[in-house]
Write a protein that binds this ligand. Sequence first.
Ligand SMILES: Cc1cc2nc3c(=O)[nH]c(=O)nc-3n(C[C@H](O)[C@H](O)[C@H](O)COP(=O)(O)OP(=O)(O)OC[C@H]3O[C@@H](n4cnc5c(N)ncnc54)[C@H](O)[C@@H]3O)c2cc1C
Ligand SMILES: NC(=O)c1ccc[n+]([C@@H]2O[C@H](COP(=O)([O-])OP(=O)(O)OC[C@H]3O[C@@H](n4cnc5c(N)ncnc54)[C@H](OP(=O)(O)O)[C@@H]3O)[C@@H](O)[C@H]2O)c1
Length: 492
Amino acid sequence: MAPLKLAIVGAGPSSFYVASRLLSLLPRSGSHASSLKIHLYDRLWAPYGLVRYGVAPDHPEVKNCTHKFDEAATDPRLRFFGNVNVGPTSPLSHALPLSLEEFLPYYTHVLYSTGCTVPILHSALPPSQYCVPALSMVHWYTQHPSKPSPPPLERTSHVTLIGQGNVSLDVARMLLTPPDHLAKYDVPTPVLDVLRRSTVQHVSIVGRRGPLQAAFTTKELREMMNLPDSSMVPLDPALLAPPEGSTLTRQQSRTLQLLQKGSKNKPGTTKKTWSLDFFRSPTGLTTPTSPTDKARLTLAHTMLDPSSRVVPTGESSTLETDLVITSLGHRSEPSVPWYDPALGHLRTVSGRVISPDGRVVRNVYASGWAAMGARGVLASTMMDAYAVTDTILRDHFPGEDVQTTAGGAPVSAADEAAAMDAVEVLPKEVDLDAIPPQVEEGLKEGRVTDFEAWRKVNAEEIRRGEEMGKERERMGWEEAREFLAKVRTPVS
Ligand SMILES: Cc1cc2nc3c(=O)[nH]c(=O)nc-3n(C[C@H](O)[C@H](O)[C@H](O)COP(=O)(O)OP(=O)(O)OC[C@H]3O[C@@H](n4cnc5c(N)ncnc54)[C@H](O)[C@@H]3O)c2cc1C
Ligand SMILES: NC(=O)c1ccc[n+]([C@@H]2O[C@H](COP(=O)([O-])OP(=O)(O)OC[C@H]3O[C@@H](n4cnc5c(N)ncnc54)[C@H](OP(=O)(O)O)[C@@H]3O)[C@@H](O)[C@H]2O)c1
């Protein structure tokens, strides 16, 4: 069989779902086994992408997917190289830079699972000390290697979140949950220290549309309703009545029920409050002129026109706030090859990457948020990854009965025509075991991590956490590198 030596750029959940499915569909002992190799590269030193550096700490059950990833990593056909940035620009100075020219000649197949790592900003709200993207908050409380500064919570009483998606609710929950409740989870000690000094009293969660169009899901809304010591500010009853003659989805009915329940709260009964400010869209932020002043956020009032588009009503209001956090979604990095600026991610058909001139790039694929945009939970990321795996297998074994179940794209006449006219960027023959010499060197120096190194750090983080009565105590890269140098088995 022709070799299938696959490099996956990114080691988030999508990457691991593709890898584990490939490994299980081409078992170690089968006829296709010996010529399969999978190399996962991530610019972060630790694997799992947003599962480690995104999922909120008080959702530990979500991270159980890593058991499946760890199992895949026991297969000797899979290797992980952490701290390697593939491509021209890296936001992380300690990651080893590896250009495409240095990387592509080693692989017959490449999969981009690079996610959507860039927060979408609001044109009226440039980042400043008073306005930060939600991703910086997420990176702060997960101790992401980009190391954003901690938010100034000790001098903040009012926070405004722009956007009403689940990331927005994650951040609101982290700000309003009593730190003692968070202490048992995977919240790094320096983060807990800042949260303990926090003076946040109110979080406004601003959306340009109404309750029926909100992007958050009911589970996350319910968690907000159940926060101890915090309550929702009652909503205007007009917002809680379903429009006449409308048929609501299950999600919409549940949302309205929850909001109706929350609107029965008696003001002043809890120490902290939060509000959902519907039909408001920011138009500007005036920063304070003295340290005792607040910033002033101007909000245009909005409504939906008959085609459900957001339009201004002509009215506006001002909200005094200490910190604005924009949570408007994410896009891929424009430096990812074959990035389509119109989409904000790579252009693909059934997982196959498409070049700007509309041709298939042979044996180059994309999965997860890099291919779909920043939409969807882990379950949908998994389903997409399985479908892309099926496409890879069908392209590699045309006409062969490699058993697939996720319903990936069949090879149609159009596919075959596209494949004949494909852009060629990868070699057909490679040394199955070779890796770029820079990566080899990085492994020796301890700058590049492998899965074994991650296993050791993981066990140590859990051990430290147990001593402190919590899920784990995280290490940053410098600490992990020092720890790994100490426990490294000397090469004889
Ligand atoms: C804050 C947040 C919280 C979430 N919480 C939940 C939740 O509770 N439950 C749920 O089901 N879903 C949740 N999601 C959604 C879930 O995280 C995504 O569905 C999933 O992570 C997408 O997987 P991915 O592999 O495509 O991308 P990612 O997880 O982003 O992985 C991409 C990886 O690629 C790496 N990378 C990028 N560029 C390069 C490069 N040039 N070289 C090397 N490596 C590179 C990145 O470092 C990263 O590790 C959340 C999303 C966010 C943003
Ligand atoms: N617990 C979980 O399961 C969990 C946690 C976090 C994330 N996730 C998933 O991850 C994905 C991404 O979540 P997300 O919260 O980052 O994104 P999201 O769900 O797309 O929400 C983005 C929010 O920003 C608003 N917005 C976008 N552009 C705007 C603009 N110009 N002006 C005003 N508002 C604007 C959107 O409003 P409109 O709707 O009006 O466009 C929406 O309220 C989602 O699929 C989410 O479910 C899941």
